[in-house]
Design a protein around this ligand. Structure first.
Ligand SMILES: Nc1nc2c(ncn2[C@@H]2O[C@H](COP(=O)(O)OP(=O)(O)O)[C@@H](O)[C@H]2O)c(=O)[nH]1
Ligand SMILES: [Mg+2]
Length: 259
């Protein structure tokens, strides 16, 4: 267990670059959490201490990543959402449509498979897949290791597609420049108040799958209202990756942020 969200320890993290033979195992990068607490504090107190330790260690590494990104003028975007909201589809389309204007690199996070990295590779951007095993989020150490292998160039945009989960990724700073939360119209418009931390810690909220609005009970204005209740500074872009509606606004945002 990672001690913070109860997900699996990082014994089985792998790093895969599509198109390159062999896997890169992250064994040397294992961060080990000492579960043997030898004092006699009550269990709750031990759990809180472990959580503080894990997050403090992560924050330190996140600052290290942030310094690296800033030094190279890299716009690092942490994309968070529940599984299936359309993160990879958004990235595929973005890469295909504006890769001549911006230099994209992608870190893909999933528990298993390199499916998403294969999709991004086909779309035409350098990509590395991080498989987290039982882990339900990326952490700063994984992003640091993946970045070293990916070697994004100065002035580029680094997309970090986090593991699909609206809870745990919110707690882990990856050293990103900005956090983008994606919600799709099939998920229900009350998600921002059910999972507030994710919306509190993001700067941009993309509402995807607007093409499905006629068929689902999702009120865009209601969803925005709920999100603004937890984060009054949150920006919104509504898109349909499928039809391309709203994508220009996303591209405009990307270009502005990467100036
Ligand atoms: N109708 C519709 N489906 C979409 C849209 N964007 C993505 N999808 C579909 O949603 C599913 C999950 O997309 P994916 O990009 O893998 O989501 P991820 O898990 O967040 O990376 C796929 O079947 C996509 O084709 C959209 O704008 N409209
Ligand atoms: Mg994906």
């Amino acid at each position: 267990m990672c001690g913070t969200c109860g997900c699996g320890e990082d014994d089985h993290i792998t790093y895969t670059i599509p198109g390159k033979p062999g896997h890169h195992h992250g064994d040397e990068n294992h961060h080990h959490v000492d579960h043997q607490v030898h004092d006699h504090k009550p269990l709750v107190s031990k759990e809180i201490q472990l959580e503080i330790d894990v997050l403090a260690k992560n924050n330190l590494k996140a600052e290290h990543n942030r310094g690296y990104f800033e030094a190279l003028d890299i716009l690092a975007l942490n994309l968070v959402s529940s599984p299936g909201s359309g993160k990879t589809s958004l990235l595929e389309k973005t890469i295909k449509e504006i890769k001549k204007e911006l230099n994209f690199y992608v870190i893909e996070g999933d528990q298993q498979t390199s499916n998403d990295a294969d999709r991004i590779h086909k779309a035409g951007a350098p990509v590395i897949q991080v498989n987290t095993g039982n882990g339900c989020h990326l952490d700063a150490e994984m992003v640091g290791t993946a970045t070293k292998q990916l070697k994004p160039t100065s002035g580029s945009v680094l997309f970090i597609e986090n593991v699909g989960n609206l809870v745990c990724p919110a707690m882990f700073d990856l050293g990103e420049s900005l956090r983008v939360v994606i919600i799709s119209t099939t998920e229900g418009d009350d998600k921002p108040i059910k999972y507030p931390t994710m919306f509190q810690t993001a700067q941009l909220c993309i509402i995807n799958k607007t093409d499905l609005l006629p068929y689902v009970d999702f009120d865009v204005e209601k969803a925005k209202g709920f999100a603004l209740r937890v984060n009054r500074k949150l920006e919104f872009i509504t898109v349909s990756v499928k039809t391309g509606e709203g994508m220009d606004q996303w591209y405009k945002w990307l270009k502005e942020k990467s100036k």
